[in-house]
Design a protein around this ligand. Sequence first.
Ligand SMILES: [Fe+2]
Length: 485
Amino acid sequence: MTSVDNDPIQTYAPLYEEYDYPIDDVTGELPAELRGTVYRNGPGKMEAGGTPLGHIFDGDGMLTMYSMADGKVHFRNRFIQTKHYQRSIVAEGAPFRALGTMRDGGLLANALRFPTSVANTAVVMSAGKLLALWEGGRPTELDPDTLRTKGEYDFDGELKWLGAFSAHPKWDWDTGEMFNFGMAMAPVPKLICYRVDRNGTMNKLGHVRLPGPMFNHDMGLTKRYLVFVIPPLVFPLKKFFGAAFGLLNYIDAIEYDASLGTTIALVPRDGGKPRIFHTDPMLHLHFANAYDDDNGDVVVDVLNYHATWEQLNGQLAGVETLMETSTMPFGGLPTRVRISGSGAVTIDEFSGVHGEFPMINVFKMARPNRYFYMSAATGGSLFPNALSKIDNDTGKETVFQFADGHLPHEAIFAARPGATDEDDGWLIGPVLDAVNNTANLSVFDAKDIEAGPVYVGRLRHHLPLSFHGCYTPRIAQPHSPAATR
Ligand SMILES: [Fe+2]
């Protein structure tokens, strides 16, 4: 194993091998009550047919699985067998267009071609199905025990045409419903809203018309509304058609047009007409939570970047671009957006610590949450280097600082069985050890993150950056007779 001192470039290094083993190099103890499975998704390799991909959004999705029971963790990873992946491992040159990557062959090879799914952004359990999500197209279903790819999933035909189904659905745990949206760029730019009931049946809820093709990554959910806080990330028509006809890639066709401000859309959960508001321009990717407060206000917490799209994209495109061009710390600032019943909007930062991958106790989705967690960047770091917890009631913020060269991915919250306190549970996430070119799974007691991880299970290899994941109390059984049928 190569030793590279504190080299963050390994964050993007590929992992071609597929593993399956019990984690046996451990410090601390896995809590006996922590049982279930954490799944994660992210770009496992950053080339296609030998051609380097132009953007981290383009890498083929690789699922990682941590099955936890009886104080032990079993690791497994598998590439998602999309059409893009299967062609990219045998082709010469990039076989498909991607968001930030063109095919070889110039204009004719790229004109009127949409990005092909790489299924790399998130993974969720919905009505017993394990679904890898990618916001430009349909989910991909996988076996929750073996991670075998079953194929694209369209909710019994409800996802039409390209079938865009975004990577950040939200749940109402009282009803078991999942809500999500999909971006439609043409012929009418809009966000199409969906409800999926606890049995997995999908219904369309209406849509939010957009003034033109725009990019929106996340949404919130309250007891009354689907909430959109749409940043002014637009595809100017000239660039949109330029991208469609193969003159430039889709990522480079995006512009941040502050003059448009931010558009807020509240879409009633019963399918009524959306309420639309406008406020100051903001740039964000992720929501932590949304809820209706006692005054009837809609409250939304996001991570707001004080940056242009070029600056933010410089952090996303790839590690070389990031290290050469980025001068801003990793992440955005925790920011509360409040929409009153009359439509007045206020925007207030509630922390000065930069971070990304916001997390809450997921049972607090659509309800007021007290605690907010994120992968943080302290000291102006270009990469995440800490885990932070904010207590919204007291304003207190606690931070666990990782050792030099250690990069935490998103931490997933798992509640302790029978817990009554909101922070009674664990934060579970992989940490890249760039000093030793390896990685580990770290588990924190969410009540006391400053104490450091209660469990560190070292993997036998490096891990590339992963984007999003989920926890389910279901314990994956990769080797059971049922799983291997
Ligand atoms: Fe995301």
